[in-house]
Design a protein around this ligand. Sequence first.
Ligand code: NDP
Length: 241
Amino acid sequence: MARTALVTGGTRGIGRAISLALKAKGYNVAANYGGNDAAAKAFADETGISVFKFDVADYDAVGAGLKEIEASVGPVDIVVNNAGITRDAPFHKMTRDQWREVIDVDLTSAFNVTRQVWDGMRERNFGRVINISSINGQKGQFTQANYSAAKAGLIGFTRALAYEGAKKGITSNAVAPGYIDTEMLQAVKPEVLEGIIATIPVGRLGKAEEIASICVYLASDEAAFINGATMTVNGAQYIAS
Ligand code: NDP
């Protein structure tokens, strides 16, 4: 029977590409989203992938969403913790709300979702946890103390789970994208973006599909021995050790 994959933030941007790539490989896919109903409906109509609206920052809302997913798509074997937001500000102006929102949506979400599918993965002796981190969690970034902290936190989370899941057939890996051409980058001023592209040796932004393909590989049986890794996908912009 085909395995079930949940992609958080799976209706737009990188998540959308991951949902599509997993579906193309034969997985049953559930795509979560947070609030953009129009985009989610268009995505569902176009792709036939089931969409589930819940706030990944809210543990109980995640639990209710997972119940629905389990009933209509199947128990989750593969989770891609992809939903994320930015609330950039120089640290001397960063508010508690900007800090908290990003930590909740970009980091605590991974606990909220993974914790509630973990027992099932352990029982079935199979699981794939894929956490979408960021180049800016690896190297830090101006105006992103909140985001860099959350994304670096995801890497630590990934490593700890790798140890804990190993004997139960569960792998946990992080993917750290560089700058990828999605709506998230629309928050970046064009002149700043031009400056960023100038620092990418490949000379362009990444494509969402280039992140999706590594996620598909990490989800596969062939990737069973890759556990606790951070896959850097950034056009050589930052080569992490
Ligand atoms: P987008 O802004 O294009 O899409 C974000 C997705 O996350 C949407 O589906 C959105 O739902 C969902 N989402 C946001 N908040 C919540 C929430 N509270 N609950 C549930 N879903 C939510 O982002 P990207 O595709 O660009 O980014 C995807 C991931 O990749 C993020 O974690 C991001 O940090 C990371 N990343 C992105 C990079 C880039 O250059 N784009 C670089 C490095 C990492 P809705 O449609 O309802 O708003």
